[in-house]
Design a protein around this ligand. Structure first.
Ligand code: COA
Length: 177
């Protein structure tokens, strides 16, 4: 858990608990509806799907995933997930996804704080790297990841297929060791 100041006031970043599942699910649906080319899942999937998505992440063992939420005065406005596979030969790595901030909270560097917390989670578990994918048209998110120290290592062609168009994805990595 951590707090920091923004031009709009003090923001809290913390691990989501089961009580947060309905709000996480709502925010997830907002993310999928407003940024359809940024996420593989679709808002057309039923409500219960996003609720189960949140519940499963929150319930998963704490060494295998962290669902981080951002709040201002108790109102949730942001989220991000880091996960690690459980196979013995792949559990040295981790992946970030589902990063979303409500529009009125963008441009204050909150993403950098969130990435810092996710990275700390990975470092506490002595993981070797963090990977992620970002659609090539999502320039501001891509720049934000570069600013944090991620580098591009490949481009995944036609990763997203939405409304008849394909979207490529930059695959990025940050080494921790
Ligand atoms: C990606 C995201 C989390 C970045 O959050 P953030 O805290 O605004 O990140 P930063 O503060 O590092 O700013 C990112 C960029 O947005 C710009 N920005 C400034 N004000 C902004 C505003 N009101 N709205 C949107 N972007 C703004 C910043 O200047 C910066 O651009 P720059 O790289 O040219 O300097 C956020 O834009 C978001 O939720 N986007 C929609 C979902 C998404 O794309 N998720 C990532 C999937 S991989």
């Amino acid at each position: 858990m951590t707090t920091f100041q923004t031009p709009k006031g003090e923001v809290l970043l913390r691990k989501a608990t089961l009580i947060d599942a309905p709000k996480v699910s709502e925010l997830r649906r907002e993310a999928l509806a407003s940024n359809p080319t940024s996420f593989g899942s679709s808002v057309e999937q039923p409500d219960r799907w996003s609720f189960q998505w949140a519940e499963q992440l929150i319930n998963s063992p704490e060494d295998y995933s962290l669902l981080l939420i951002a709040e201002y005065q108790g109102d949730m406005f942001g989220m991000a997930v880091i996960r690690r596979p459980n196979g013995t030969k792949v559990s040295h790595g981790s992946t970030i996804n589902s990063v979303y901030l409500k529009p009125e909270w963008r441009g204050f560097g909150i993403m950098q704080q969130i990435l810092g917390q996710l990275q700390q989670w990975a470092m506490d578990r002595r993981l070797h790297f963090i990977k992620l994918g970002v659609t090539t048209i999502n320039e501001s998110a891509h720049r934000s990841y570069l600013r944090f120290g991620f580098v591009d290592y490949a481009t995944e062609p036609k990763d997203i297929f939405f409304e008849g168009n394909y979207y490529d994805e930059y695959l990025m990595i940050k080494y921790l060791v």
